[in-house]
Design a binder for this molecule. Sequence first.
Ligand code: TZP
Ligand code: MG
Length: 225
Amino acid sequence: PLMTPEAPDAKRPVLARCDTLRLGIYPVVDSVEWVEKLINEGIQTIQLRLKTDTDTPPTFEELDTQIEAAVEVCRGRDIRLFINDHWELAIKHGAYGIHLGQEDLYDADIHAIAEAGCRLGVSTHSYTEVARASWINPSYIALGPIYATTSKDMPWVPQGVAAVKRWVDLLKGEYPLVAIGGINLERAKALKSSGIGSVAMITAITKAEDYRAATKKLIEVWEKE
Ligand code: TZP
Ligand code: MG
């Protein structure tokens, strides 16, 4: 179903809320091994992003196994695990949440996600996309790219901290907000002053010389009063 304001008779979903408006340091990783490595480092939110548009895409069985394993690894811990893209497998294995891009909203069954009690975070890159995302009552809204990124092809001009401040003013009490794109320790410091509750990153953690030290520093900066 077309779950956007473009369909006038579409029913607005009622998605589960996140347990907090502040999701904190939010690593985005591409394997269960990374989930295992990071859940002992003090993070409380993480995304498993298994992309299939690669030279050697995972099979359906591999996706199924990896997602099940990631959910298992996080079970009984204070960890919010979001699964990128594979919403049916996320529901099947009882993940805390799902993360979808704008293009995914056309064919994902948002009502099935809501009925399963799964949270849903949505990527946005512009005012129009934020408007569209907020129509589906998402569990959080991701804003990107805030800085230039090398981890994903992004045709948009980076939004910068000033834009994040505006989004926070507009949406803060309503949705958890997540900034993504080119965020490292210095930039996390700059973004903290915007009042946003979470920063997501790939490179700053998974390509760090010492991922444990990098994660620890990010958390320190983020949790500091
Ligand atoms: N969406 C917007 S930017 C981005 C995604 C998945 C990539 C973020 O990666 P990095 O390495 O932290 O810039
Ligand atoms: Mg997607």
